[in-house]
Ligand binder design. Sequence first.
Ligand code: SAH
Length: 219
Amino acid sequence: MKKDSIAFERKREQMVDKQIESRGIIDINVIAAMLKVPRHLFVSEALMCQAYGDYPLPIGEQQTISQPYIVAEMTQSLQLGKDDRVLEIGTGSGYQTAILAEIAFRVYTIERINSLFIKARKLFDELHYHNIVARYSDGTLGWKAESPFDAIIVTAGAPEIPESLIKQLAIGGRMVIPVGDQFSQELIKLYKDEQGIRKTNLGGCRFVKLLGEEGWRYQ
Ligand code: SAH
């Protein structure tokens, strides 16, 4: 395990200052988590120096680790508290998972590419994230046995919001998901109460495709 050096800590402070706080993120739990999680350990050694840049980066298997600001915005939109149980679809590098795990009680995360799942799970162990439960499967079907969830986050773009996920959201629960075609999506926040579902559009975004049963049906 590589040490989290002072140089990376400085880069993290700059990232939070220039990309996160200056763009309006105010949730102190999100800011504290982004200052703490060693993002450079979630990318390959060759990309470590770029890990705190204002952009997404490749993580292999044609997937990407999301831009820091997007991670902050999506996490803030979930309005997480320390007792919340969160479901994440699309573990990828595991960076977003770690941010959620810093704030919430427990994070259930699902990844459909085995090599990414294995790598992320190993990192969670090494970094002592004992409140992350990782699984290799199709996340569009959710994780029924552990439902309902206080929050659900989907980190890949879907043609529409998977029905199974809406069902697995608790009353009072929040979900954030990029919805659109394969080239561009809108970040949709969904709130569920006794009356039903309320949606707000948080703006345009661009994610890799959510594949699987209730996502895009082709590779
Ligand atoms: N939050 C991650 C984003 C990774 S990109 C990070 O910052 O690193 C999105 C991930 O979603 C990819 O790893 C992709 O394999 C995964 N994915 C796509 N469709 C999926 C599905 N149906 N179930 C689970 N994971 C899926």
